[in-house]
Design a protein around this ligand. Sequence first.
Ligand code: FE2
Length: 297
Amino acid sequence: MSNATDSARNNLTIRPLGAALGAEVTGIDLAGPLDDDTLAAVQRAWMEHLVLVFPNQPLSDAQHISFAKRFGALEEHHQEIIKSRAAPEIFSVSNVDDDGNLMAPDHPSVAQISLAQRWHSDSSFRPVPSLGSILHGIEVTEDGGETWFTNMYKVYDGLDEATKVRIAGRRACHDFGHLATLGPIKPLTEAERQAMPPVWQPLVRSHPITERTCLFLSPIYNNAIEGMDEDEAVELVAELNEFAGRDEFVYRHRWSRDDIVMWDNRCTMHRATPYDLATRRVMHRTTVIGKGPVVAA
Ligand SMILES: [Fe+2]
């Protein structure tokens, strides 16, 4: 459905944000209905730049959810402590509770969200991992609390041949429960454990849209690699994690209020940077369900 009014209102300008990945998109109002041509232009830009930043988009949660649903069905998180009370599709990336109160730094939700300061791909622990995430900066921090993104196509291309051979055809285990070994989070309930049993995914995947090859890693969930003993697997994940974080592969996003940032979880990883936990930080995320199993490259 094309709508002349929407097309006139949305006149996209796409500006790359650096050499690695990321582009800023202006000339679009995400609160309104998007005609199919505009949506297709956003989709093309997303596949080309991997991370899109839309400044100054003061969306309600309902508008955020409507926009996100244009890209697919949305996940509901399997843990109550992360889900927003207002809408099950909203994942609350926040140190402020549903009643607006700042939570203590050692609150299990805050501790769990702080683990996202390590590189990861959202929901990689699901049998069908997420396609992409959309994050709205509602209350942002001046110092720290940035989100960094890394381009996993470039990371894969940049690996030396010996490493490419070492990981070729192997799968990594993605286990949500691995989080609990990394920090003082609330122990998983039996229901949470059963909802998310460990899954094995190819370390080298083919992106279903671009058909480009990339590394598929999510170190906060990776606790084993097929055909390797534990020490070797831990060492390899650490090595790949460090390599993926090199400056040449990374875009660092410094948040302004009402930025909407969307990223492709299939070919990027991201991490937050630390901030003063006495400062309020409120971010709402929607997470788009993947469209099929991960395909090995
Ligand atoms: Fe994340």
